[in-house]
Design a protein around this ligand. Structure first.
Ligand code: FAQ
Length: 325
């Protein structure tokens, strides 16, 4: 349905409408679901919001893995709340995507058969409790860096979802940093675990911002439409500048020998991630891609009876209503 819609709208994009639309974007107007929009704008939003929603849902898996093994009752309650928040973020985002004319089921099917992506970061495993600290601190930290500007994105429902999500992400980042603080101030073995988590999550966290600006396919158009507010490299730089002092405070070493303050640019010089690894993970060859998709497919299949039950209930209610009319 959504493919057809995008195709038919593409033929209707006339230059005058396009110019008026761009003028609204340039004036910082919010675009709402019933407003006219170019087919490409709709398509880009469905891709980005849908992938973002999938990331929130798949992102529950690496942390969910540690709920039963959290070291204290308090840590368990906090982690449980965080993972539930991520489910909520997925739901707001699926709802925002649905306002563009695609159903949640269609989006889910596209995730499950590999037509849609989710964030590369969630294809890495969480091997120790310190990894849960690193996910909160670095992964949520990177997510916030990307999402705070998205509160000003031009599409109203996405922008409003982001405002709520960012409030919760700040708590997630703090809880991660708090775990790292405890570990970094703990025994030698705990410090080693914290450093090991930092070593494994640093470059995958940098990859979350997407390929370098030279390689980014969508940035120019998405920024012209204010779907994206910053380039991938701008946000990556901001993330590094924010995170280096935090790592220093923890007494952890960033696994980058080239890291150095650059007075002239007012930011750190740092090593790029291994982009061949990034593209390989996107192709499905990361350490956990298969596990993640298998888990989502299993959840979808196991939930079939619930969906069928709800549909049968709705159909029965409709039949009763029609009979009464
Ligand atoms: N992973 O042209 P660009 C979270 C793809 S939420 C996978 O630069 P764009 C919360 C991209 O889709 C994390 N694929 O693309 C949490 C495109 O391929 P396509 C998710 C990636 O869209 C924490 C191709 O590469 N956040 O973590 C990635 O302009 C803890 C070319 O790239 C969002 O989704 C990647 N990292 O910029 C949850 C934020 N990067 O689609 C649980 C919203 C790029 O043409 C636990 N999204 N690709 O086949 C965005 O801001 C943008 O979509 C970017 C990518 C910046 C991610």
């Amino acid at each position: 349905m959504y493919a057809q819609m995008v195709k038919s709208e593409a033929t209707n994009d006339d230059p005058e409408q396009l110019a008026a639309f761009q003028a609204r974007i340039d004036a910082d107007d919010k675009i709402e679901p019933k407003d006219w929009m170019p087919a490409g704008y709709r398509k880009t939003l469905i891709r980005q919001i849908g992938q973002h929603a999938h990331s929130e849902i798949v992102g529950q898996l690496p942390e969910g893995n540690w709920i039963t093994r959290a070291p204290t009752l308090e840590r368990k309650a906090i982690l449980l709340a965080k993972v539930q928040d991520e489910a909520g973020h997925g739901l707001y985002l699926y709802c925002a995507a649905e306002t563009l004319g695609v159903t949640r089921d269609e989006l889910t099917e596209m995730l499950l058969d590999g037509r849609m992506k989710y964030s590369s970061i969630f294809n890495y495993p969480t091997l120790s409790w310190a990894d849960i600290g690193a996910v909160g601190w670095l992964v949520d930290g990177a997510a916030i860096m990307n999402q705070v500007p998205l509160q000003r994105t031009s599409y109203g429902p996405y922008s409003r979802a982001m405002i709520r999500i960012c409030k919760e992400e700040s708590f997630h980042q703090r809880q991660g940093y708090d775990i790292m603080m405890k570990m970094a101030q703990g025994t030698e073995a705990q410090k080693k675990m914290a450093q090991d988590a930092m070593n494994r999550f640093w470059y995958p966290a940098l990859m979350m911002f997407g390929p370098s600006d030279k390689e980014s396919v969508h940035s120019a158009q998405s920024m012209a439409w204010k779907i994206k507010i910053n380039t991938n490299d701008e946000l990556r730089q901001k993330f590094v500048d924010q995170t280096v002092p935090q790592a220093k405070y923890l007494g952890l070493t960033i696994p980058d020998d080239t890291l150095a303050w650059n007075e002239e640019k007012g930011g750190y010089d740092f090593a790029e991630p291994d982009w061949s690894e990034f593209f390989d993970v996107l192709k499905g060859n990361g350490p956990c891609n298969t596990d993640r998709l298998n888990a989502r497919n299993k959840a979808w299949d196991d939930g079939a009876w619930v969906r069928e039950g709800l549909l049968a209930h709705a159909e029965k209610k409709n039949a009763v209503r029609h009979a009464a009319e």
